[in-house]
Ligand binder design. Sequence first.
Ligand code: GLU
Length: 325
Amino acid sequence: MCAAPGAACGSGPSVGRFAPSPSGRMHAGNIYTALVCWLSQRSAGGSVVLRIEDLDERTRSGPWVDLLLDDLRWLGLTWDIGPLCQRDRLDRYAAALERLDRMGLVYPCFCTRAELHSVSAPHGPSDMPIYPGTCRFMSKADIARASAIRSPARRLKVPDAGDPAGRIDIRDRVYGSRTEVLARDCGDFVVQRSDGVIAYQLAVCVDDAEMGVTEVVRGRDLLGSVAPQRYLQNLLGFKRVSYAHVPLLVAPGGRRLSKRDRDLNMGELRARFASPERLLGWLAHLTGLAPDATPVSAERLAETFSWSLVRAHRRDIEVSAADLG
Ligand code: GLU
């Protein structure tokens, strides 16, 4: 089902990507992200990469990838390259990790999740406390002793607070500009988990660079990942990509829609709306991409798409099954 890992990558001026994790059936929020990614490229003559983010074992069983492809095709959200699967690219991530290691920037970390959460520090990009650097200065002997008991995660050192290399200027197409300081806002972050799986931040950077991606569109819950990803791009000499985060669709009261909770998932939406045009009309109206809910194709929406429409509706959008009519 996955295209060959070395498959040719986008040659057009602009390349976007939709990068779902197949942990359940897509919900309305995932579809909104896919739609904006697709509209941005289609309206600018660019191409779209479909990347399946299946590094985690738990995402590899179940019917989710097949359903995801079927749902995207049904909606008319076609892709030009892919599906490329992360599990086919492990050697690429290992090579990048090796390069970082040779720069002397990677160190083993033996802290458990519970230990990390017991440290009262502000929270970083993945909702984990900002790492206080506990394992940064372990001696070789201590590392050997600790390794005999537990296999470590591996973390990347970020520059000290005063070092200009650790100041990351971020310009987001929807949420605007700001500067983050890695030591303050992110901390040393995990590049390989203790079970050996490459961490999201590193895999995504390698993939975006090697797949020729120029524009990342994703949910605003990942805004905090821009700084670590920019830092990795700088270290690895990758081209910068532009970022556009889009608001989340949330249940009444603000709870994020979840694939695992089967919130407004594509099974339910397809049954309710019966045609892709009716579903897209509803979604486009809900998110401000269209003035009303008239049935509309993705192609037709591309004719009127503009980023200012997304910017004008950048608060999270509440939605419930009752709104489906
Ligand atoms: N795989 C992530 C998700 O499904 C998206 C990661 C990204 O777009 O950088 O939420």
